[in-house]
Design a protein around this ligand. Structure first.
Ligand code: NAP
Length: 248
């Protein structure tokens, strides 16, 4: 029996990168998946690809996670397609890096709106169904820089640290209804978000990482799969670091 047979999952920011790997890993374990992303066309294409590769049902949805109406619609459309929403992965995220004195207020607000408020809005929309069903999993994709801070990323690291506080608060609030809420905190993972790094910066980062290399999106997906499945039934309010030992 596959690990997520009969389950349904909604993954945001899932048209590419870590989100796509998470959705594909869930589908490979039998889950029906909703791929939600800014571009409905890219979300639909990713969904088609996942169904072709895994045989599991997948739909693509367009949404901007910083808009409450979009979040509610995405949850409703997922429930309409699959009958329920068992697992929510808040993965959509953006960076707008700069040193604080050069960082524009709009760039601070955008990163907070997508990375932190977006997770709150999605959790709120999905929790309406999960609390009623008395079961559910919410997985927030935070970051190592939410744990350590990072020069040039005050907005991003604040949003990712905020996600950890949100995770723990939701975990406490939803625990009486058996809705488990955890975070994954990836280190440096090879996706579009990090592909702009110069070779020199990449080499320096790898030197700082005890395991000596950047991580792969599939390695983050395995942690999300663990937190979505039965193996983690007694785990809530935790942060699972997937960072090669970069922060311990
Ligand atoms: P990515 O390749 O840039 O993918 C992010 C996805 O989120 C994109 O498809 C993007 O859509 C979508 N998105 C952006 N804004 C959105 C919005 N308002 N509503 C809905 N979707 C939106 O990034 P990634 O590296 O896979 O990152 C995934 C998550 O992991 C993020 O939360 C990131 O902060 C976190 N993370 C990444 C790393 C890393 O090293 N890569 C490390 C730690 C944590 P568009 O393509 O249309 O913009």
């Amino acid at each position: 029996m596959k690990r997520l047979e009969g389950k349904t999952a909604l993954v945001t920011g899932a048209a590419r990168g870590i989100g796509l790997e998470i959705a594909a890993a869930f589908a490979a374990e039998g889950a029906s998946v909703a791929i939600a992303d800014l571009s409905p066309e890219e979300a639909a294409a990713a969904a088609k690809d996942i169904t072709a590769k895994t045989g599991s049902k997948a739909i693509g949805l367009g949404l901007d996670v910083s808009k409450e109406a979009d979040c509610e619609r995405a949850v409703q459309e997922t429930a309409a397609a699959f009958g329920k929403v068992d697992i929510l992965v808040n993965n959509a995220g953006v960076t707008k890096d700069n040193l604080v004195l050069r960082m524009k207020e709009a760039d601070f607000d955008l990163v907070m709106d997508v990375n932190l408020k977006g997770a709150f809005l999605m959790a709120k929309a999905a929790a309406k169904l999960m609390l009623k069903a008395r079961t559910g999993r919410i997985i927030n994709i935070s970051s190592v820089v939410g744990q350590t801070g990072q020069a040039g990323q005050a907005n991003y690291s604040a949003s990712k640290a905020g996600l950890i506080g949100l995770t723990k608060s939701l975990a406490r609030e939803f625990a009486p209804r058996q809705v488990l809420v955890n975070a994954v905190a990836p280190g440096f993972i090879r996706t579009r978000m990090t592909e702009g790094l110069k070779d020199e910066a990449r080499a320096k980062i790898s030197e700082m990482i005890p395991l000596g290399r950047m991580g792969e999106p599939g390695e983050v997906a395995k942690a999300a799969l663990f937190l979505a499945g039965e193996e983690s039934a007694y785990i809530t309010g935790q942060v699972l670091a997937v960072n090669g030992g970069l922060y311990m």
